[in-house]
Design a binder for this molecule. Structure first.
Ligand code: WTA
Length: 658
């Protein structure tokens, strides 16, 4: 919860000195006109034509936005298009058939390049096979694959025949897969025998098999043989071998199905750490326009670039910015199967160097790890090809922001801190890299046409410097259309809180807290449910964390609330340090100083606990809720979803120590 009327404003804004866009960047950028904000504002919603124009339409749309059934908005209605045709076929026609579409870097050092022509052949053969297996338009196909080329190929094959895909992150459990397939009534599954993890063969098919056993309906399954002799498998009833199917349908093509702009392109279950996963529905025209536009305007992607988003396609970032955005623009997208520290901690920089990557996009959790490992790893390589860096997924405080720009970007590239969500589909808050000043620690203003408002409990906009709820007051093309679970859930989850249906005033509520400055720049403070109440003050744990990460020697931190007698809350801070910072007492003192300076003495943690690692989900998010349970001595439940479950016992032991 966020306080009204000034509570929380008595501390300085934690942003670093503003930096102008570098002139060498501006000279070549896709979007350079500062008037773009005004022109979008004056010409709303038709301004979004500019995004739709980046695509090829089979039939032009009649209306940009239909808002008579809010909050169920409809974009580009009357228009028809096919997403796979936009991401593949049209680049062949444009004479770019031998241009690299995907550069895949495997875990064992394998490299594969798929040209647009290769992608065309592969998606057509798989699309033919899916049809033969019985997949019809609008059937939901579940894809449970790791970061191998077959993942984007099968997604695009589904898009080609108008079958919405439902990608489930490969690291999720059998139960999680079953829940998602059941909720989506999905009768088709694309998976693989297994994959390599730190050199070992890891069985994926057994998880898929277990999920199928839990389902009441039959599932036709296609299995990609990734491991060969390293992990032999047998195919049972209703199971088909991917490569055999491709062989059977070699050279076959399927006409791309012309979809209505508002037809579903895919379904994505959000990886919530509490409650049931939510099936977020994205449609074809609005989503694809918005991701293409933001890849163009925010990430400055050009057709001749080699572009790399180091995320997993199993989550929204990978859908939008490994697959759909870059491929819609006809660029080369790098796809990396492995981890950043295997075989060594310079793995990513070796890939950037060798591929001469132009644009690199990753998450703060990775950036903090790079910082912790030290600059010697990027220093081993020539990173001068990099033109722009991006960050997404969590708040990034000034210290890692500056480190990223300095040691990866060579000190003279723009860094975009992009705020968005599974539900927004594409970036909604960021600086435009050739137009806006960057402020380390602030994501930026709402993009042109995106009406972001930070409001208090009553929905009134807060003053600059105050914190409030991050809401969006106008619809945007990439927005989720509904939840697969139902329209009512969609309304109650995102709209009821701040909308006034009687006045036809609709406000999307993001679930995040943020602060806005005089220039309209947002500093995202984190999820509202991560906000804690201490001594009558409501604090964002993220805000305390930002103060802690700014301390030299701190690699990562998580701050949680612990109930104390009588009925108050204490702050517990978990901290991991960089190599070389062994004097915990010195770091502890510096942390207390930093928090007192940035927020005030009341935000001082009761305990600061040092741990070699923080518990994380497989997608790299810190499990704050678990740390909260540990701090409160509560039952931890199932910790198997963690990437590093072993750390839990170590932390518990430390808690009990004094
Ligand atoms: C957080 C990932 C601060 C936020 C694209 C949001 C961020 C949630 C940022 C969505 C950012 C994302 N600064 N926080 N630049 N980007 N977030 O659905 O809390 O996996 O609500 O989408 O990540 O996570 P999701």
């Amino acid at each position: 919860m966020v306080e009204r009327n000034g509570r929380g404003r008595d501390h300085p804004v934690l942003t670093g000195a503003p930096r102008s866009p570098p002139s060498a960047f501006v000279e070549q950028a896709n979007v350079t006109d500062p008037e773009i904000y005004e022109s979008f504002a004056e010409n709303w919603p038709e301004c979004w034509d500019r995004a739709a124009e980046l695509l090829s339409w089979d039939r032009s749309y009649e209306t940009v936005l239909e808002d008579d059934d809010a909050p169920f908005y409809r974009w580009f209605t009357g228009g028809k298009l096919n997403a796979a045709e936009n991401c593949v076929d049209r680049h062949l026609e444009a004479g770019r058939k031998n241009h690299a579409a995907i550069r895949w870097e495997g875990k064992r050092g394998e490299r594969e390049v798929y040209t647009y022509r290769d992608l065309y052949v592969a998606t057509n053969e798989v699309a033919t096979a899916l049809r033969e297996l019985g997949v019809e338009e609008d059937d939901v196909v579940t894809i449970y694959l790791p970061m191998i080329p077959e993942l984007p190929i099968t997604m695009l094959a589904c898009a080609r025949i108008g079958a919405p895909h439902n990608v489930v992150f490969a690291g999720l459990s059998a139960d999680a897969l079953a829940t998602r397939m059941d909720a989506a009534d999905s009768e088709y599954l694309l998976t693989c025998d297994g994959y390599y993890r730190r050199g070992n063969a890891f069985n994926q098919k057994s998880k898929a098999d277990n999920a199928r056993l839990k389902l009441e309906h039959d599932v036709r399954t296609v299995v990609v043989d990734r491991l060969g002799e390293d992990l032999p498998h047998v195919l049972g009833d209703d199971e088909y071998d991917y490569h055999e199917l491709r062989e059977t349908f070699t050279g076959e093509t399927v006409e791309p199905v012309s979809r209505d702009a508002e037809d579903m392109l895919f379904l994505m279950y959000t990886s919530g750490t509490t409650g049931e996963p939510k099936g977020v529905v994205h449609t074809t025209g609005g989503y694809l326009s918005h991701v293409a536009w933001t890849a163009h305007a925010v990430l400055d992607v050009k057709p001749d670039d080699t572009y790399w988003c180091a995320a997993d396609i199993g989550w929204i970032t990978g859908h939008s910015y490994i697959v759909y955005g870059p491929l819609a623009l006809g660029t080369t997208t790098v796809m990396y199967e492995g981890t950043p520290d295997y075989p060594d901690r310079d793995r990513l920089w070796e890939i950037v160097d060798r591929n001469a990557v132009d644009v690199f996009y990753t998450a703060p959790t990775a950036i903090r790890a790079f910082m912790k490992w030290g600059e010697e790893y990027p220093n081993r390589h020539d990173l001068s090809s990099l033109r722009l860096l991006g960050s997404v997924g969590e708040p990034i405080s000034p210290r890692p922001w500056n480190w990223y720009r300095e040691h990866i970007g060579g000190g003279d590239v723009p860094v975009v801190d992009t705020w968005w969500q599974t539900e927004t589909g594409a970036v909604t808050v960021s600086t435009l890299p050739a137009v806006d000043e960057m402020k380390p620690g602030a994501a930026g203003p709402g993009l042109p046409g995106i009406d972001v408002r930070v409001v208090d409990d009553a929905g009134e906009e807060v003053e600059p410097g105050e914190s409030g709820y991050l809401t969006i007051a106008r619809p945007w093309p990439g927005m989720a259309r509904t939840l697969y679970d139902g329209d009512e859930q969609f309304r109650s989850e995102y709209w009821d809180r701040f909308s006034d249906p009687d006045a036809d005033d609709w406000r999307y509520f993001s679930g995040d807290a943020a602060r806005i400055d005089e220039d309209g720049y947002l500093t995202v403070l984190g999820r509202v449910d991560d906000v804690i109440n201490v001594s009558g003050r409501r604090l964002s744990t993220m805000e305390i964390e930002s103060a802690i990460t700014d301390v030299p020697g701190v690699a990562e931190t998580a701050v949680v609330g612990r109930s104390s007698e009588p009925g108050g809350t204490e702050i517990y801070a978990y901290v991991s340090t960089e190599g070389g910072y062994d004097d915990e007492n010195a770091v502890r003192e510096a942390i207390v100083d930093s928090i007192e300076t940035a927020i005030g003495p009341f935000a001082r943690p009761t305990r600061i606990l040092f741990t070699p690692e923080l518990p994380k989900t497989r997608s790299g998010k810190i499990m704050r809720r678990l740390l909260e349970n540990i701090s409160n001595g509560e039952d931890l439940g199932d910790t198997s979803a963690l990437r590093n479950p072993e750390i839990v016992g170590e932390i518990q032991a430390e808690i009990l120590e004094d």
